[in-house]
Design a protein around this ligand. Sequence first.
Ligand SMILES: Cc1cc2nc3c(=O)[nH]c(=O)nc-3n(C[C@H](O)[C@H](O)[C@H](O)COP(=O)(O)O)c2cc1C
Length: 339
Amino acid sequence: MTVGQERLTRRMARGVEFLGSQVAIMCGAMSWVSERNLVAAMSNAGGFGLIACGAMTPELLDAEIAGTKALTDKPFGVNLITMHPQLFDLIEVCNRHQVSHIVLAGGLPPAGSLDAIKANGAKLICFAPALSLAKKLVRSGVDALVAEGMEAGGHIGPVSTSVLAQEILPDIASQVPVFVAGGIGRGEAIAGYLDMGAAGVQLGTRFVCATESIAHPNFKKAFIRGSARDAVASVQIDPRLPVIPVRALKNASTELFTAKQREVAQALDEGKLAMMEAQLQIEHYWAGALRRAVIDGDVENGSLMAGQSVGMVTKEEPLVDILATLMAEAAQALEKRAA
Ligand SMILES: Cc1cc2nc3c(=O)[nH]c(=O)nc-3n(C[C@H](O)[C@H](O)[C@H](O)COP(=O)(O)O)c2cc1C
């Protein structure tokens, strides 16, 4: 083992222990992309895969977990979205399968969900888009945090990864493991965040073009062609309708989303929709638009959710190679620290 590799192993030890994987790199859940094949490939390669439950019914999640278990005997987790109307049924499904790690995305854990998850011994991971929220989540008993900046693909918060890492790690890393996410495309950045106290990292965009990913070839081509500046955040057109921004590659769907917001805002004005329903409609829009691109390959009208690290995705390659490249880059970066 080189000095760099030895340092990397040491810096990842806490994350590895927490996840039960060989390396402290998670493949963030990506709706439609993170199904059994990608999740099992990630965990089999020594990383940590996460099933994206998204809008799945409890029956579908049940089948997806069983399908993943048939492909890997390594640990993996499940990502649930807090606003899912059947959240507690989904937690029950995870408990039945003894899923070891659950990630709750989409805001603070709703009342009772934390206990329902932890009662069965599963570890709960939440997203911390600000230091104040990170503190609150730690106090409420979450086991680990993902600090995700706005460079990331998909739904994003307002603060960049570099600033969030500086705000959250010094305060929180001594209390619970913190995984940094958003904009990571190479191992040098992983080494940097580990040096700052992160237990590990979470990447999404970088794994979309893994050979094992079932994303449509058109979706993968768009990622291979795309550069950082093409991955833009959606714009809120109506202040009365707060929408969480989504980062995606620019295409015709960017305008379709503007039209959708107008339609929903008008329904709100006319009293045909309550705010909760309006926001749920927006989320359903995204789920449908992402499916169109990922599954059907409609890369014009579908949503190409991607992070700014998309410019560092240059080819389709086996997941084990992507992970090996990231680890080698991180080890080399740490090796140089000796000089
Ligand atoms: C296509 C796509 C779909 C995503 N879907 C979800 C999702 O359903 N739930 C979630 O919590 N995060 C989702 N994310 C975010 C990822 O899990 C991960 O945190 C993010 O991609 C990390 O930033 P990066 O893209 O810069 O690597 C998605 C990201 C992408 C690119």
